[in-house]
Design a protein around this ligand. Structure first.
Ligand code: UDP
Length: 356
């Protein structure tokens, strides 16, 4: 493939795209980026393009703040127009957002080969919009790049190995990003001076199953409030979660800060005692930076972290959260095991697509 159109729209996709875009350039592949606009605040989008030197999107669709159906529908229409004009050799989508699904549908209906990066992940929770997006995208893709052995097995179990498509385990492009940007983050970030805490726990909360249930959100906040009495908790808060906390009149006692850029996030991950999150990406980043993680979900797609004792799932149960916090206080782990490819994932993709 000489020309690829990449679809991005949400924060984790910018981070994934950063490493692969650099490899595309090195391999002489012409890449055009479409930004759907799903995340649009400057601290949820622009900061990543600047810091991580991601090529400027060739197209900005500016579609956000709509229901799932309206958002996906408008993106589909916008992306289709561009693909008809650009006629790429392949369309690449990342992960599991509405932008992923819209890009996948647009490409497959135009018979343009579809490449899914971060394929094969499953939570087996069909109430998660992300699960629907992943399953449908995988099903209509031509090349599936899987980050883990579990992801490959999930696809085989669903019969994908009998289909005329390619399934490749390439590792996790997010580990490439963590390794590549860690030194830059040390130089550029001043977040540790700003927060001025010698010991702290890093949290993030944004998953719909937590934010859209006032009961779940109250339980999580009350669990974090208790932990905050022993070790200060600091949470860069997702704009959606901030709005819901205000609407529900839930007042955290721990410290909320605005969403941070990736360099600041790396420094927070490197320096914290423990990570508490419902994010997919942050669970892995905790591992990349040698930290234990408590996951505020009932399931995870990153089961190898739980199987190896780095991560504990507590859902929104504040008592389980408290027990997991006590458990990790004294636990030590060796984080050197290679679960995600150790930084070579994007190179594998570029090499394969150049020959495809
Ligand atoms: N992230 C960030 N700043 C923040 C919170 C998260 O840079 O204030 C990064 C985080 O390090 C990870 C990515 O955003 O690389 C994860 O995105 P998010 O949690 O929004 O999505 P998910 O991974 O759950 O799909």
């Amino acid at each position: 493939m000489n020309k690829i159109v990449t679809i991005v729209g949400a924060r984790p996709q910018f981070i994934k795209a950063a490493t692969l875009s650099r490899q595309f350039k090195l391999f002489g592949i012409d890449e055009k980026i479409i930004h759907t606009g799903q995340h649009f605040d400057s601290n949820m989008s622009e900061v990543f393009f600047e810091e991580m030197e991601i090529p400027k999107p060739a197209y900005q669709l500016d579609i956000h703040g709509l229901t799932h159906g309206a958002m996906t529908g408008r993106m589909l229409e916008g992306i289709e127009d561009i693909l008809i004009k650009e006629k790429p050799d392949g369309v690449l989508v990342y992960g599991d957002t509405n932008s992923t699904l819209a890009g996948a549908l647009a490409a497959s209906k135009l018979h343009i080969p579809l490449i899914h990066v971060e394929a094969g992940l499953r939570s087996y929770n069909m109430e998660m919009p992300e699960e629907i997006n992943r399953i449908l995208t995988d099903r209509i893709s031509n090349i599936l790049f899987c980050p883990t052995d579990t992801a490959v097995k999930n696809l085989e179990r669903e019969g994908f190995d009998n289909m005329p498509i390619r399934i490749i385990k390439n590792g996790d492009v997010m580990q490439d990003a963590a390794i590549y940007y860690a030194a830059k983050a040390e130089q550029k970030s001043d977040i540790l001076t700003k927060i001025n805490l010698s010991k702290f726990i890093l949290g993030t909360i944004h998953r719909q199953e937590n934010t859209d249930s006032p009961e779940n959100l109250r339980n999580i906040i009350s669990g974090l409030n208790k932990i905050n009495h022993s070790v200060p908790v600091i949470v860069p808060i997702h704009p959606r979660t901030r709005n819901i906390l205000a609407q529900q009149n839930i007042v955290p006692e721990f410290r909320l800060i605005e969403p941070v850029g990736y360099f600041d996030m790396i420094m927070l991950l490197k320096s914290c005692e423990l990570v508490i999150t419902d994010s997919g990406g942050v669970q892995k980043e905790a591992f990349f930076f040698g930290k234990h993680c408590i996951t505020l979900r009932e399931q995870t797609e990153w089961v190898e972290l739980v199987d190896n004792g780095f991560n504990v799932l507590v859902g929104s149960n504040s008592e389980k959260l408290g027990s997991a916090f006590e458990f990790f206080k004294t636990k030590t782990s060796d984080f050197s095991i290679d679960l995600y490819g150790k930084g070579q994932a994007a190179k594998v993709i570029a090499e394969i697509l150049q020959k495809a």
